[in-house]
Design a protein around this ligand. Structure first.
Ligand code: FAD
Length: 477
């Protein structure tokens, strides 16, 4: 009897434990199911759908056109399919989003009831969230002990599987309810996604290419350079990791192998591994707090007097706040589906502190626009920025977008890249154009309020307002 392998967040052939196990059982039917109903609010966003389309296209080619696509409820589709082909086993790799955990448990139960076996594997995390616990068997709340004691204290349970398994496909010519990839309608009707094409190469091959480029170009000096958005010093592996086109095991092993022969500083390598561990910690937090994407982990933040400000939100989304570093970040997001981590922290702080808008509004904009939109990392990071997470930046630490710009984009290269309307301003004024004289602005062809907005809030007064609100919440009002 054929076995079914269900692709999900593991769109690769190599180091895919579930696929390897399925291939050892006999002829395989590989399937992908687009389920848009069950995630509710967390239905995949627009940029992610573009990425997914491209990645599935690659995978379909790697599988010689044998990948079957379906749209709809996974439980119904898998039941129908197993019955139609007489499959007795279904294999998949585990996902960790709460809605998926619940759904997968249900599917496993129903399939088991009809005599069909299900086997699941870990393909996307170095450490399973339920395995890393404190001495008293409760989860860690703080990153450093989680990583140092909980993770590094136990080593990584498995090595990457080197090669893609040899696959024998089951002939599925008589299965009528699969559909072509195009029928999943993942691409938008307006061709805005064309701009994303220039920046990314979704799929397994692109992921490894990206990793090699990073080893050749970004890793040396990563620790210092990772904070400067104009530099190409970070890996940009996040969307590839999200869709499972490459596994953290593969990344880790490739880097360790490279470090054995090349001159790679331990400080850069360790720092990079600790960033990968922040990804693990995000999944860990989501697993142990299923409401992470919606509710603040610190309960007092449920009383926070967030403002309602549609216009402010729109200015932030459109990169029209009048603060160049914030606006450059929001335009980078819009143009490339990505934003540098330092700038994500700055735009996040601006939204939840200077504009005092709920962090969930930022989270949901990112969800729609990021190619690496990830329920765990996005939710955990927004809670970190808003100060309401378990191990978060304290709310009273408010980033100043002007000084952040001066420090991390000192020659203005990042701002000029995304705000061409300010390109001719001398660097001294670039981070705060309203401080330039009228003559200076005229020489640089900038009409403030026309070509580029005046600041939509005052940094000092909005900072005071945020701190007063925080004080109130802390005192229990
Ligand atoms: P590198 O510096 O090369 O790091 C390597 C890998 O480590 C990344 O690919 C990523 O998988 C992981 N990583 C690095 N930093 C973090 C972090 N702080 N938290 C979790 N994982 C991390 N990351 C996402 O993958 N998806 C999101 O939806 C997301 N939303 C975010 C929202 C906000 C407000 C903030 C402040 C951060 C968010 N991040 C998110 C985390 C981080 O910004 C990105 O993972 C990182 O910028 C990706 O770039 P890179 O691959 O070049 O990172």
């Amino acid at each position: 009897a054929p076995v079914i392998f269900w692709f999900r967040q593991d769109l690769r052939l190599a180091d895919n434990p579930g696929l390897t196990a399925a291939a050892q059982q006999g002829a395989v039917i590989p399937v992908y199911i687009l389920d848009d109903e069950q995630p509710g609010t967390w239905r995949m966003g627009s940029a992610s759908r573009w990425w997914l389309h491209r990645s599935l296209h690659q995978l379909e080619q790697q599988l010689q056109g044998r990948l079957l696509f379906f749209a709809g409820k996974a439980e119904e589709i898998l039941q129908r399919l197993t019955r139609a082909v007489g499959a007795e086993k279904v294999f998949w790799n585990r996902c960790y989003e709460p809605w998926r955990i619940e759904r997968d448990r249900r599917i496993k139960e129903t399939l088991n009831q009809t005599g069909i076996g299900v086997q699941s594997f870990n393909a996307s995390l170095l450490w399973e969230p339920w395995e890393v616990l404190k001495g008293d068997a409760t989860p860690y709340k703080v990153f450093t002990p989680y990583y140092r004691k909980g993770c590094l204290g136990r080593t990584v349970p498995r090595s990457p599987l080197e090669q893609a398994p040899a696959l024998h496909f089951y002939s599925t010519t008589n299965i009528s309810d699969g559909c072509p990839l195009a029928a999943l309608a993942l691409l938008p009707s307006q061709p805005w996604h064309k701009k994303l094409e220039q920046h990314w190469q979704p799929g397994e091959k692109g992921a490894h290419q990206r990793l090699n480029d990073f080893i050749a170009g970004g890793l040396d000096g990563y620790r210092q350079g990772r904070d400067f958005p104009a530099l190409e010093q970070t890996s940009r592996l996040s969307p590839h990791l999200h869709f499972g086109e490459i596994s953290p095991h593969q990344i880790r092993q490739t880097l360790l192998t490279a470090a054995a022969t090349e001159n790679i500083s331990a400080a850069d390598l360790d720092h990079f591994f600790s960033e990968l561990a922040w990804r693990e910690f995000s999944y860990y937090q989501l697993y142990h707090n299923t409401h992470l994407p919606e509710l603040p982990l610190r309960a007092e933040f449920q009383r926070f007097p967030w403002l309602k400000d549609e216009e402010g939100l729109r200015s932030w989304q459109g990169g029209l706040t009048g603060y160049p570093l914030v606006d450059a970040g929001m335009r980078e997001l819009w143009q490339t589906g990505f934003m540098h981590n330092r700038v994500r922290m700055v735009v996040g702080s601006f939204l939840v502190k200077n504009l005092m808008l709920p962090w969930q509004q930022g989270e949901s904009w990112f969800w729609d626009c990021l190619v690496d939109a990830d329920l765990a990392s996005n939710a955990a990071s927004w809670q970190w920025v808003a100060g309401c997470g378990a191990d978060a930046a304290p709310y009273f630490r408010i980033f100043n977008p002007v000084t952040q710009g001066q420090k991390f984009d000192p020659d203005g290269a990042y701002i000029r890249r995304y705000l061409p309307e300010l390109a001719q301003l001398p660097t001294r004024y670039l981070h705060a154009p309203w401080t330039a004289s009228a003559d200076m602005l005229e020489q640089a062809n900038v009409r403030l309020g026309v070509d580029y907005p005046l600041p939509i809030v005052d940094l000092k007064t909005s900072r005071k307002r945020a701190l007063a609100a925080y004080q109130m919440v802390r005192q229990g009002h």
